[in-house]
Design a protein around this ligand. Structure first.
Ligand code: SAM
Length: 339
């Protein structure tokens, strides 16, 4: 098999780089590009050998890309123009400009044979999607599209995302173009589909955890809105970049207690008024806490050797992880891209 020579665009904290490694497809990341200096510090901390360009993707000319002599592009462009809670301005949002630029130049990228793109669910209905697919078609690429979640590979985290894999040298022999697949095809499910429990990703050093306990104020005002999981659970909700900053709908929280204790406590709390001291006491007894950034990274299938540099704050860590990808899901798609 020809070695992959990868250009990692919108590289963030390097989720695509880890996915390449996890796929075990022979290859190297020739260069990575991102404009976020905080993300770039994390990237270099983990991949000091990789050439990282602190640059705007829109400034990359076809000539500059061809000079890198890469045969593969792995990319997750900004998703804000397409998110459910975003402004949905689609191609009119300036954050779509980089993808528009890439769509414009893709036909001139003479060395590039393979492209993998990740985006949010909803992208498939956008004008940016239609523009991208049209450029792939007119540049001679065959492609397959997916909306899949890590839970489909047994990972206890829901994160439905849109993916498009495209190849120029030979057509794909599985699934069909123009039909978005809601699951990964049999061909790439080398990984066990047996779901594993949250227990497996928990921090072993309990002394760290005090700092992640949910504050009384949040318990009093928001306890009923939290998605609480136990160590036995085999699913957590998608972690977004606002995790911890806002607690509703941004990711699950953890209790070391069992599910039956949780329902017992909430049953009792229902009978007590929130201004009664007993109410807070009951909720505190569940020792509810946020998942730590390392735990979130593990739920996103980052390998054990991934770490954040000491100077990155927790808030930055959650933001960066919320913007990143599930490494295992992308590694399966990279295998498909090469199949
Ligand atoms: C969805 S995140 C990608 C995350 C990445 N795959 C990871 O694993 O962390 C999008 C990234 O694109 C970067 N970005 C946005 N617009 C850009 C542009 N015009 N040029 C370069 N990077 C850009 C952001 O800083 C952000 O890190």
């Amino acid at each position: 098999m020809e070695e992959l020579r990868v250009l990692e665009l919108f590289s963030g904290i390097g989720g695509m780089h880890y996915a390449l490694r996890t796929s075990q497809i022979p290859g190297t990341v020739v260069a990575a590009v991102d404009i976020n200096t905080v993300a770039n510090v994390v990237y270099t901390h983990n991949f000091p050998e990789t050439r990282l360009l602190n640059n705007n993707v829109q400034k990359l000319t076809p000539r500059a890309i061809n000079k890198l002599d890469v045969n593969t592009i792995l990319m997750s462009p900004p998703c804000q123009p397409f998110t459910r809670v975003g402004n949905q301005r689609d191609v009119d949002d300036y954050r779509s400009d980089a993808l528009k630029h890439l769509s414009d130049v893709v036909g001139d990228l003479t060395t590039v044979d393979k492209i993998l793109m990740e985006n949010v669910r909803g992208f498939e209905k956008s004008r940016a999607h239609d523009m991208y697919i049209q450029c792939l078609n007119s540049s001679g690429f065959d492609y397959r599209e997916f909306i899949v979640s890590p839970t489909q590979l047994g990972v206890p985290n829901t994160r439905h995302r849109y993916f498009c894999i495209a190849r120029r040298s030979r057509p794909f022999s599985f699934l069909q173009k123009d039909q978005i697949s809601m699951e990964l095809p049999e061909e790439c499910r080398a990984t066990s589909l047996e779901p594993f429990p949250v227990q497996r990703i928990l921090e072993v050093d309990g002394s760290l955890l005090e700092a992640y306990l949910i504050k009384d104020d949040t318990l009093l005002k928001r306890a009923w809105l939290l998605d609480i999981v136990t160590s036995e659970d085999t699913n957590t909700m998608c972690f977004t970049k606002a995790y911890v900053h806002y607690c509703e709908g941004t990711g699950s929280v953890f209790t070391p207690e069992s599910a039956s204790v949780v329902s017992e406590v909430f049953g009792k709390a229902k009978e007590v008024r929130p201004d009664n001291v007993e109410y807070l006491k009951l909720l505190r007894s569940l020792k509810l806490r946020y998942f730590t950034p390392s735990e979130v990274a593990r739920l996103m299938s980052f390998p054990a050797d991934f770490s954040f540099p000491g100077e990155t704050t927790d808030r930055q860590r959650y933001r960066l992880l919320g913007n990143s990808i599930n490494v295992l899901v992308v590694s399966e798609l990279i295998k498909l891209l090469c199949l």
